[in-house]
Write a protein that binds this ligand. Structure first.
Ligand code: PLP
Length: 441
């Protein structure tokens, strides 16, 4: 029931992102406060956060240390430019991040979001090839079903049809897509990484034959696709991509906006799966979602390639007003401190077995066509409803929320990605609520 003493929230003017605005506004779902594993909505109901916000609050909600760091910083210095100026925090943060990054990725460019990180990474790749005298390498390769945010670069290498179709003729030129690796016929209900599909990486060889390696700048993939419904890399797939890219002088970019900061165990998926890219993007968990911030890690060798010419020359004509924003840096430093102190990057590995068993208890429920889990992520896929693709996923999501669980629907897949502070009792409650919602739909 709505709280009568509260004025109704005026819902007309906010054009909501990635939302069915008209449907939502007839019956809004509004969150008001958050603590630990729970949201409280505007009706005062507690909702378990099964999605760490939007894959970002990996240390759980309401972390006092982050609040204090942010409020102290905003009082001391609200903003300072980082164009031809500086302040200590982004230097400190970059050094700290380099310590947990995959080996060798120790130069950090700051952005404000995952989308900006993706576009920045693509620009670094193109500019790097030019800087080393390989200016003909202008082509970029993404993958079907990939999500790299909503900038023109990101949607061009991205592979989700709905995000691209209104902009089809404005996408950046010279982009190809590898096939996606979702294969229910061969891999449905596999526990852990799918057995089949490493050979899909060989499609890159086909594109090399087609275009010539000397025309290809970079390949970008999410080590695990989150937004398309938790698509796991087949065993050996990332290794093969690494081998082929290295062989042909093509840069490999990992988009770790979702997988970064402990989601699949270790700090980054690159470390969990033992494959080091040349460039790595992140955002979300960098600040525990508290302040917008993203980052792009590059190898020292890539960075070095830019450090030529007159010392007075700007080496890379790129940056954002808020790159290295002091408040975001303060949030990120406090967040990294929590991750380290509480050893949270290990949590996804410690709980992986329990999580997987709990989720696989849903196997056999009506319309469940696949379950995919790794670390503390799960995708539960359903057969589409007769009324159309996405309807069942949405209805399960809606029912979950009514029953006190925030899940995320992507088409007919429900994704779960709880904060890394999750305990077994939360997992049990999430799976119970999800099972109930599945039975009703
Ligand atoms: N890249 C990946 C892999 C993502 O999952 C996302 C967002 O979910 C993005 C990029 C875009 O991030 P943002 O929404 O912060 O721009």
């Amino acid at each position: 029931m709505a709280n009568d003493s509260r004025p109704a929230v005026p819902v007309d003017h906010f054009w909501m992102p990635f939302t069915a605005n008209r449907q939502f506004k007839t019956s809004p779902r509004l969150l008001e406060s958050a603590e630990g594993m729970y949201y409280t909505d505007t009706d005062g109901r507690q909702v378990i956060d099964g999605t760490a916000g939007l894959w970002c609050c990996n240390a759980g909600h309401g972390r006092r240390e982050i609040t204090e760091a942010v409020s102290k910083q905003i009082a001391r210095m609200d903003f300072a430019p980082t164009f031809q100026m500086g302040h200590p925090l982004p230097f400190e943060l970059a050094e700290r991040l380099a310590e947990i990054a995959p080996a060798g990725l120790n130069r950090v460019f700051f952005t404000n979001s995952g989308s900006e990180s993706a576009d920045t990474a693509l620009k670094v790749a193109l500019a790097y090839q030019r800087a080393i005298g390989q200016g003909s390498r202008t082509r970029l390769i993404g993958r079907e079903l990939a999500y790299h945010g909503v900038g023109f670069g990101g949607i061009s290498v991205g592979g989700m049809g709905n995000n691209r179709k209104a902009f089809s003729s404005s996408l950046i030129p010279g982009v190809d897509h590898l096939p996606h690796t979702l294969d229910l016929t061969r891999n449905a209900f596999t526990r852990g990484l799918p057995e089949h599909g490493a050979e899909l990486a060989d499609e890159l060889e086909r594109l090399v034959t087609l275009h010539g390696a000397d025309n290809i700048a970079a390949v970008i993939v999410e080590p695990m696709s989150g937004s398309a419904g938790v698509i796991l890399p087949p065993q050996g797939y990332l290794q093969r991509l690494r081998e082929i890219t290295r062989k042909h002088g093509i840069l490999l970019i990992f988009d770790e906006v979702i997988t970064g900061f402990g989601r699949v165990g270790e700090a980054f998926a690159a470390q969990r799966w033992g494959v080091t890219p040349d460039i790595l993007t992140c955002a979300k968990g960098l600040t525990n979602g508290a302040v917008p911030m993203g980052a792009v890690f590059v190898s020292e060798q890539i960075h070095e390639a830019f450090m030529h010419g007159p010392e007075s020359a700007i080496e890379f004509f790129h940056g954002y007003t808020y790159s290295g924003h002091p408040v975001a840096c303060a949030a990120a430093l406090a967040t990294q401190e929590i991750y380290q102190r509480e050893n949270l990057f290990q949590k996804a590995i410690e709980l992986e077995g329990y999580w997987q068993d709990a989720l696989f208890s849903l196997q056999g429920l009506p319309n469940v066509t696949d379950i995919r889990t790794v670390g503390l992520v799960a995708g539960i896929q359903f057969a589409p409803h007769a009324d159309g693709v996405g309807k069942r996923g949405y209805e399960v999501f809606r029912q979950c929320f009514e029953d006190g669980l925030l899940a995320r629907a992507s088409g007919d897949t429900i994704a779960l990605s709880p904060a890394l502070i999750v305990e077994r009792e939360h997992i049990d409650a999430m799976v119970d609520r999800l099972a109930n919602a599945i039975r009703k739909n």
